[in-house]
Design a protein around this ligand. Structure first.
Ligand SMILES: Nc1ncnc2c1ncn2[C@@H]1O[C@H](COP(=O)(O)OP(=O)(O)OP(=O)(O)O)[C@@H](O)[C@H]1O
Ligand SMILES: [Mg+2]
Length: 269
C-alpha cells in the first residue's frame, strides 16, 4: 500500500533531517512510529503526504483502484486526488472552532469534491447522513450540533477521526493522535484506530511504547532521521534505551504518572 524508499531531506546548510528512511506498510497493518523528539517522524509523514518535498528518495502509494502513485513526482492537482485516499488525523486537530461537529466532519471531504459543488451546493443530504454515521462510530452523534470550541480534547480527537473516516480513505496517517489525552481516552482512540486498521492501514506516531505494544501490529523507530528498528511492537527495554537514550528516563516518569492517573480512571469496556 505504501512504500517509502531511501527518503532523504537535507537543509541548504547541509543538515540532514531525514537520512535514508525506508519502510513499507501493507493493508491490515497498524504501524506505530516512535522515536525521540526531533527524530524526523512528523517530517516523514509530511513527505508521505507530499506536504514537504524530499531531497531524494521515493514514496509510492497504491490507491484502491490498484494504481501506484509516486508521491514525490506528482503535481499539486494530482496530489490532491491521491490525498483523498488518505485520512489524516493530527494532534490538536485543526477543527474549525466556530463550526458544528457535523460540519467539521463534512469539511474533511471538501478537497475531494468538485470545487463548483462545494461553492454552489454544499453537501448533499446523503453526505450529511454519512457524516452522522461517522460520528456514531466514535460515539459522538449526540454532539453533532455542538460548536467545536466547546469540546474536550478527547471529544475533538474523536471528531477528527470521524472526519477522516467520513472521507472513506484506504489509508490513515495519524501524528500523535493520543498525546494530550488521559489514559482512558488514549486507550479508546487506540482501539478505534486498531479497528480501522483491520480494513485499511494505519501509520501513526505515538510516544507511548506501552500503547504501541498493546494495539499496533508493528513498530518502526526513527532516530536522527534513520530507521533504527522495524519489527515486533513489544520492544525490549534495552532496545527502548537505545532508541531514546537520555529521553527514556523522562518517558518513564511520564508513563508512571500516566499509570497513577489510570488507577484513578475507571477502565474502558
Ligand atoms: N521545514 C523545516 N525546516 C527546517 N527544519 C525542519 C523543518 N521541518 C522539520 N525540521 C526539523 O527536522 C527535525 C525533525 O522534525 P520532526 O517534526 O519530524 O520531529 P519529530 O520526530 O516529529 O519530533 P516530535 O516528537 O517532537 O514531534 C527537527 O529538528 C525539526 O526542527
Ligand atoms: Mg512530531
Amino acid at each position: 500500500m505504501l512504500r517509502v524508499q531511501d527518503l532523504c531531506k537535507t537543509l541548504p546548510n547541509g543538515r540532514k533531517l531525514l537520512n535514508g528512511i525506508s519502510f513499507s506498510v501493507e493493508k491490515g497493518e497498524f504501524v506505530g512510529l516512535l522515536g525521540p523528539s526531533g527524530a524526523g517522524k512528523s517530517l516523514t509523514l509530511r513527505c508521505v503526504l507530499g506536504l514537504t518535498s524530499a531531497t531524494s528518495g521515493s514514496v509510492d502509494f497504491e490507491s484502491p483502484d490498484g494504481n501506484t502513485h509516486s508521491i514525490c513526482d506528482l503535481r499539486q492537482n494530482q496530489l490532491r486526488r491521491v490525498r483523498c485516499h488518505i485520512g489524516v488525523i493530527f494532534q490538536g486537530l485543526n477543527l474549525v472552532q466556530q463550526l458544528t461537529v457535523l460540519e467539521n466532519v463534512m469539511i474533511g471531504k471538501l478537497g475531494c469534491i468538485h470545487p463548483l459543488r462545494s461553492w454552489l451546493y454544499g453537501f448533499t443530504d446523503r453526505e450529511a447522513r454519512e457524516a452522522f454515521e461517522a460520528l456514531k462510530e466514535v460515539n459522538m452523534e449526540s454532539f453533532a450540533e455542538r460548536r467545536a470550541y466547546s469540546l474536550s480534547g478527547g471529544e475533538m480527537q474523536r471528531v477528527a477521526i470521524a472526519r477522516a473516516t467520513f472521507q472513506k480513505p484506504s489509508f490513515y496517517l495519524a501524528d500523535e493522535p493520543v498525546s494530550n489525552l488521559d489514559p482512558k481516552n488514549a486507550k479508546a482512540i487506540m482501539k478505534i484506530l486498531a479497528q480501522l486498521a483491520k480494513k485499511t492501514s494505519v501509520l501513526g506516531v505515538f510516544h507511548q511504547p506501552d500503547l504501541i505494544a498493546k494495539y499496533c501490529t508493528r513498530v518502526i523507530a526513527i532516530k536522527g532521521g534513520e530507521v533504527v528498528y522495524n519489527g515486533d511492537p513489544k520492544i525490549s527495554p534495552r532496545k527502548l534505551a537505545d532508541i531514546y537514550g537520555d529521553e527514556l528516563q523522562e518517558l518513564e516518569i511520564s508513563q508512571q504518572n500516566g499509570q497513577e492517573l489510570k488507577q484513578m480512571v475507571p477502565a474502558t469496556g
